[in-house]
Design a protein. Structure first.
Lengths: 306, 449
């Protein structure tokens, strides 16, 4: 009865209809807020007031203001990213290698290493606060029992970020799973080839494993940096209270906490939006940089030219 | 399914009863109104505010108050989000820093204006110095309660050390040296030695002489008592003044002398109330609201006046802000509720020790005074001298009442003071270093009079 064309139209309409929840969700909850943020960043908006256009004033203030907290937060975040990402990758890759061998109780180890990911971050942050409590925490108790001098962990400007990095390493169950999957996808015959050639475990690691999982390492590096630059829960729980944010002396004022503080402590949503746009730009640039230079150190099997 | 059915079945008759409730004449001729009241607080405070709201709803006969509880640490974020979404509460608490910002945008009803045309209450019915004003004739909020700082102490700690308890009268306040000496004698290590004895082990302290929190309240009261101020009279940064740095340094030196916990040891103290109750510290320089927890725990404690600084002792009035939002669609009802919670409706909160009244009559009318001020578990014998008399006769508004842009300034000062509490910098060094950085953020004072 209906022509071919109308059937196709109906199909297309149905297609759009089915895709709508995702499209609408993206437009309403992602694209919309992003555009609003970019716009608000050019105003002096604070809730209740009418946004007034101020041009690049919000951006200028970050770089010229005498208030040291913006650069303190940039420094803290950079340090956190630069320490956290390599540490997490090294540890989770090693653990994945171990879990990929035929050790006893392998299932148990895998589960145990993944458990930290399941615990809500706010809860595990509180647990870590107590573990690393300098005076009576378990960690310093052990350190003192071994006769070493105990660090002040979260309570000192110098050790607060490394302590958070340590906790982040403990949380790297996700990357362990990703690395494990990648390791198991490496074809056995490649290892056999090394064995035939008389190579040892080191040769297997360097010539087979690392090149074969390099796309995965690349993926984990990129997502790791994105996550590190957006870290918020740890300092918000462990080093902030109703009056301070990211102590001591701004040493753990990670960037997103800085944004949060601008918006909700100081009610400066325009300034907070500008800070968020800056973060977006940095993450975008960093990701571009990684992709640009990935070609020289990432090996894609499918893309190989013969 | 059954439980789902049950809820409306219960609620609808309740609503109907509420609407056509007989006995109150107003209910019959007024449309039912629902208003939202936002607040934070401890579990006890939550219960008390809920009860007060329910009581008000019942009395009015046509108003239903929905209490909106928000944890204090998320309060600004949540209320800001509500305001951004056009869903502001009708009235409620507000933090001093947010209220100060929003008052500049005219978001709040002026209490003075409302009081001027109110038949029941006058501005002069209230204690002086409790208004949050941004000009002499605009009060954008009222102190949720009167709160003050004092010296809370565990009586047993003094008895065991054979020491005289702190005076609770203004004219008998300890000098700073007397106070430090007492604190040393009350700082006890694991071997029972006090801080003045040879062989005292500062790494294994069982009971500190004194403890205080590191936010602006505890240090600013001493700065003011020493003749300093957050801002100078002409609105410049005041904490570099020797009067101010000396007061802060005295507090930092308590830590250096090991009679007060350093920032690390401090983390082992769950709360100031717990510190007094469990004798983690013999004394605490803290706020009046601690009476709630100490009273509820039936702690063996009393209250003294703070030790003198060079100028004198004294206390500060300190409080969150109670505001009425201009966006409220039911301003009359929001006003009636706010009025109620600033007066008779808050009696249970006065009784349990959390708040002190904002109206004068609660201090002057013996019948009313007997209803809340003890002596009882939450109002020990020293309360009348160390809290009531201090509030009425020797108090000043705290810095949040008159410093513009306070939230931002406080965040910078707090961060800069961290190394001072850690003993890495003197108060003078830290404040001098901060001065050029904080000066561009200073916007002066509100003119209150």
């Amino acid at each position: 009865m209906n022509g071919f064309g109308s059937a196709r139209r109906r199909e297309a309409a149905a297609g759009w209809l089915f895709a709508m929840p995702v499209i609408l969700g993206w437009v309403i909850f992602v694209a919309g807020p992003v555009l609003v943020t970019v716009f608000l960043a050019l105003t002096d908006y604070n809730v209740g007031g009418t946004p007034r256009f101020v041009g690049a004033e919000n951006y200028r203030r970050f770089f010229t203001s005498a208030d040291p907290s913006f650069f303190a937060s940039v420094r803290a975040t950079a340090l956190y990213g630069l320490l956290s990402v390599p540490a997490c990758i090294a540890v989770s890759f090693l653990l994945a290698l171990l879990l990929n061998t035929k050790v006893r109780l392998r299932g148990l180890f895998r589960a145990a290493l993944f458990v930290p990911v399941i615990i809500p971050l706010a809860a595990s942050s509180v647990i870590w606060m107590w573990l690393f409590q300098p005076d009576f925490g378990v960690v310093n108790f052990v350190i003192r029992a071994l006769g070493m001098s105990a660090p002040q962990w979260l309570a000192s400007e110098r050790t607060v970020i490394p302590t958070m990095v340590l906790m982040n390493v403990w949380l790297s169950g996700n990357s362990i799973v990703i690395f494990l999957a990648a390791l198991q996808a490496v074809p056995r015959h490649l290892y056999e080839a090394v064995e035939v050639e008389g190579g040892n475990a080191w040769h297997k690691l360097v010539h087979i494993t690392l090149p074969m999982v390099s796309p995965t390492i690349f993926f984990v590096v990129v997502t790791g940096f994105i996550n590190a630059l957006q870290a918020f829960v740890q300092p918000a729980i462990m080093t902030s209270d109703a009056y301070h944010a990211g102590g001591p002396n701004n040493a753990s004022l990670l960037y997103v906490l800085f944004i949060y503080r601008e918006a909700f402590r100081f009610s400066k949503l325009g300034s907070a939006s500008a800070a968020a746009v800056l973060l977006f730009a940095v993450i975008a640039a960093l990701t571009w940089f990684f992709f640009r230079f990935s070609r020289s150190f990432v090996y894609y099997e499918a893309g190989e030219r013969t | 399914m059954q439980t789902r059915m049950r809820l409306p079945a219960l609620v609808i008759p309740l609503l109907l009863v509420g609407i056509v409730h007989p006995g109150t004449g107003r209910a019959a001729n007024k449309e039912p109104v629902t208003i939202k009241y936002a607040y934070w607080g401890s579990p006890q405070e939550k219960l008390a505010v809920e009860k007060a709201c329910a009581e008000f709803s019942k009395k009015s006969g046509y108003v239903t108050v929905v209490p909106v509880y928000i944890p204090e640490q998320d309060y600004d974020a949540k209320v800001t989000a509500m305001a951004a979404a056009g869903d502001t509460p009708d009235a409620g608490y507000c933090t001093a820093q947010l209220a100060s910002i929003w008052s500049g945008q005219g978001k709040f009803v002026n209490w003075f204006e409302m009081l001027a045309k109110d038949p029941d209450l006058k501005k002069t019915d209230f204690v002086d110095g409790i208004w949050f004003q941004n000009s002499p004739d605009n009060a954008y909020g009222i102190s949720t309660a009167v709160e003050a700082f004092g010296l809370f102490y565990n009586k047993a700690a003094f008895k065991d050390a054979g020491l005289k308890e702190p005076p609770s009268r203004f004219d008998q306040a300890w000098t700073w040296d007397e106070f430090v000496k007492t604190a040393q004698l009350l700082t006890i290590d694991r071997n029972g030695k006090n801080a003045t004895q040879p062989g005292f082990d500062p790494t294994a302290i069982k009971q500190f002489g004194v403890t205080f929190e590191k936010w602006w309240g505890p240090w600013s009261v001493h700065v003011l008592n020493n003749g300093g101020d957050f801002l100078t009279p002409d609105g410049k940064f005041g904490l570099t003044d020797p009067a101010a740095t000396k007061a802060i340094q005295r507090l930092a030196d308590l830590i250096k002398l090991h009679v007060a916990p350093n920032p690390i040891q401090f983390k082992a103290i769950p709360s100031q109330a717990a510190a007094i109750q469990a004798r983690l510290a013999a004394m605490s320089m803290h706020g009046q609201w601690i009476n709630l927890d100490l009273g509820a725990a039936k702690a063996n404690y009393d209250i003294g006046v703070l030790p003198r600084m060079d100028r004198n002792t004294g206390t500060i009035l300190i409080s969150g802000v109670s505001v009425i939002f201009k966006d409220s669609k039911h301003p009359a009802e929001a006003w009636a509720l706010s009025k109620y919670l600033a007066s008779d409706g808050a009696l249970p909160l006065y009784q349990n020790g959390l708040w002190m009244p904002t109206m004068k009559k609660f201090y002057t009318d013996p019948a009313l005074l007997a209803k809340w001020a003890g002596p009882d578990a939450a109002h020990p014998p020293g309360f009348k001298g160390a809290m009531m008399d201090m509030v009425l006769n020797h108090s000043r508004p705290s810095i949040t009442y008159y410093v513009k842009n306070f939230g931002k300034l406080d965040s910078m000062v707090s961060a800069a003071l961290d190394p001072v509490w850690q003993g890495e910098q003197t108060a003078e060094q830290a404040m001098k270093e901060l001065e050029p950085k904080i000066t561009p953020e200073i916007q002066g004072r509100y003119q209150l009079k």
